[in-house]
Design a protein around this ligand. Structure first.
Ligand SMILES: [Zn+2]
Length: 400
């Protein structure tokens, strides 16, 4: 390791050689390149906002950063401003835009995995979101406990640090250490499930049209489907594992997933251990209280809003990507400060009942209100105290 500029006057030998060695947590290590005198400087406390950017936004920002954006592509000025304001707020230690497994799902299918890994590390700080399945599992577990105790569906607390791994409030390191995960090995399995998702969405849409389904009908169906959907997904997962084992194709065995089977087994073990008469994992899955599980509820409302658009002949865009977007919103919106999402999702969230019946912390932004997002990012950067700005300038060359 060596000292990085700017070089200040060394407190010991007075040479203009006192630079930054490293930044870790809330301490900057400084050292003199001449006499090797060193000390740590305590940095101010931070309270960073957390913003979820959808895959599309991350790609656009990365292209701005690497100057690989096609000249004349739409919204040029917006993405340039967006990058500048996001970067300013990020370097001033006011915000992070963490990476999530939902990003990697899309990443692998559509782009070079290495590039998009770099893209997501660009603004993640040293954090990433917990896996969306783990968050669903966490909520499910709390509901299972309430059910076992014979209580009402619980109100959850939504502390963003509960859904982040890594420390939100550390100063950014100056040597960037990448997370060496190679997502590309999972790609074939994902492609398959993406195609499956697209097929089932199409079937669903045909059903909505045929039955002239109303918002309320679809909502009720989705809300009450917690148990049936879990059982169905579980059966599918088991079926896929058997098929993979029976085949001679080693790669299909590598693509197998046991997530749901493990989740179910853990729940079953919990119920067996508590041994409450009349209650088991199956009666729990059909508990009406599960309609209040935050991720499940938000997802159900989004499906109902989408289904209603389909059945009333508005022909909204239907790609498997939208289920991914719904999952992201349903999972993270209660916890994060803001989300930049797909236009269609943002407009579904503005639909009457979704506005009045869903409570979540996140401000929702999209290409429908691009200037509001720029103002939001600008305000984040402006919120830094003078002391933080001075350090950010010194350490990362951030705008003073
Ligand atoms: Zn010195």
């Amino acid at each position: 390791m060596f000292e990085l500029p700017p070089y200040r006057k060394c407190p010991k030998c007075k040479a203009e050689a006192f630079g930054t060695l490293s930044v870790g947590g809330t301490v900057a290590e400084k050292r003199c390149a001449e006499c090797r005198y060193s000390h740590g400087e305590i940095l101010p406390d931070l309270d960073k906002r957390v913003v979820y950017l959808d895959q599309f936004a991350v790609s656009e920002l990365y292209k701005i950063k690497t100057r690989t954006r096609r000249a004349g592509a739409p919204s040029e000025q917006f993405w340039q401003d967006c990058y500048a304001f996001a970067n300013r707020a990020y370097l001033r230690q006011q915000v992070i835009f963490p990476f999530s497994n939902l990003h990697s799902d899309e990443t692998i299918v559509f782009h070079s995995p290495e590039e998009l890994r770099l893209a997501h590390e660009m603004f993640s700080g040293v954090t990433r979101f917990e896996n969306s399945d783990s968050i669903a599992r966490l909520q499910e577990w709390i509901f299972a406990e309430a059910y076992l105790h014979g209580e009402e569906p619980p109100s959850l607390s939504f502390n963003v640090d509960d859904v982040l791994s890594g420390d939100r409030n550390v100063w950014l390191p100056i040597y960037h250490i990448g997370v060496n995960s190679d997502f590309s090995m999972f790609a074939p399995g994902l492609r398959k499930s993406k195609a499956t998702a697209e097929d089932s969405l199409k079937q669903l849409a045909e059903g909505w049209v045929k039955n002239r389904a109303t918002f309320d009908q679809i909502l009720k169906h989705e809300l009450t489907s917690y148990g049936p959907a879990m059982r169905y997904a579980l059966q599918e997962e088991v079926k896929r594992s058997y098929t993979a084992f029976a085949s001679d194709d080693p790669s299909s065995v590598l693509d197998m997933s046991f997530g749901l089977q493990n989740r179910y087994k853990e729940l079953a073990a919990l119920f067996a251990k508590r041994a409450v008469p009349g209650k088991d994992v199956s009666t729990f899955l059909d508990w009406k209280g599960n309609e209040q599980q935050p991720a499940h509820k938000i997802f159900a409302y989004l499906m109902a809003a989408l289904g209603w658009r389909v059945s009333s002949g508005q022909s909204p865009k239907l790609s498997a990507g939208i289920l991914n977007d719904f999952t992201a919103i349903a999972t993270y919106a209660p916890y994060v400060d803001a989300m930049f999402v797909d236009r269609q999702c943002a407009s579904l969230l503005r639909q009457g009942r979704l506005r009045s019946k869903l409570n979540y912390r996140a401000h929702i932004f999209s290409m429908n209100n691009p200037n509001e997002f720029l103002h939001y990012l600008t305000a984040l950067g402006d919120a830094a105290s003078n002391e933080i700005r001075m350090f950010a300038h010194e350490l990362y060359d951030a705008e003073l």
